[in-house]
Write a protein that binds this ligand. Structure first.
Ligand code: PDD
Length: 250
């Protein structure tokens, strides 16, 4: 936390932190396989884009790689299956909506924890999803910690006995509360275009890359709500929402 390596219970932020007061910050979640962060560069690039979009004066996203490395080491996860969490907020200052003075440093928090895979049943039998109206703002491409619509949507899913809630905007199924959605229609993969209405996942990009490599037809386009039932297959992609085979590697 802010340059110190401390046990989680001692990692304490101020009640004046703008992350706490305004959800004024961004985050990243990165999967670690056998001690190696997956697509770290892409995650750090997205984080750099996020701080730039929010105009948070955090100048060293690249330095987070070294911090992540040390955290994996200190937590005994050098060979393990883990998740890195990074959060950068606009720092702590008395509550006022506009930015604090330029000398207020951002709050930078990074953690490494063991990854707990989902039950095998999720992969063998599939998971359920509910659909919810997309009430989010129109900059979903920014990985903001302001996740209340996602929290409420996922809670709705949980209460319905489902794994994920799919956001529907203007009749189009866009993405999940914490994952991207793919459909297979007549042998073609379809996923919502990368734009301001979704968080274009690093895993999503990886799936599209693999499809291209394997010669599987894929296109970015809308999945209308009423066509969901015509899909040969629907699947979710995300940093913690992944193919179990990859966790088995470990
Ligand atoms: N969420 N869409 C949303 C709304 C997300 O929150 C996420 C990831 C994704 C998938 O992105 P990626 O493949 O880059 O992880 C799509 C993280 C994991 C979370 O909030 O915990």
């Amino acid at each position: 936390l802010n340059g110190s390596y401390v046990p989680a219970e001692q990692a304490v932020v101020s009640v004046d932190d703008r992350g706490f007061l305004f959800a004024d910050g961004i985050y990243e979640v990165i999967r670690v396989y056998r001690g190696r962060p997956f697509r770290l560069e892409e995650h750090l690039r997205r984080l750099a884009d996020g701080v730039a979009a929010l105009r948070i004066p955090f100048r060293d996203p690249a330095g987070l790689a070294g911090i992540a490395d040390r955290l994996l080491e200190e937590n005994g996860l050098r060979d393990g299956d883990a998740v890195l969490y990074i959060q950068v907020t606009r720092g702590a200052a008395p509550r006022a909506h506009a930015f604090p003075p330029a000398d207020v440093p951002p709050t930078v928090f990074v953690s490494a924890r063991p990854f707990t895979p989902y039950p095998a049943e999720h992969y063998e039998r599939g998971v359920r999803a509910v659909t919810v109206p997309d009430t989010r703002w129109s900059r979903c491409d920014i990985k903001s910690v302001s996740l209340l619509p996602n929290v409420l949507a996922n809670q709705r899913a949980k209460e319905a006995g489902a794994f994920e809630a799919l956001f529907v905007r203007d009749g189009i199924v866009i993405e999940g509360s914490h994952s991207n959605l793919f459909g297979v229609f007549g042998g073609t993969l379809v996923t919502y275009p990368a734009c301001n209405y979704i968080l274009a996942g690093i895993t999503r990009a990886c799936v599209l890359e693999l499809a291209a490599e394997l010669g599987i037809p894929a296109r970015e386009g809308p999945i209308p709500f009423e066509t969901l039932w015509e899909a040969d297959e629907l699947f979710l992609s995300g940093t913690t929402t992944e193919d179990r085979k990859s966790t088995r590697l470990n």
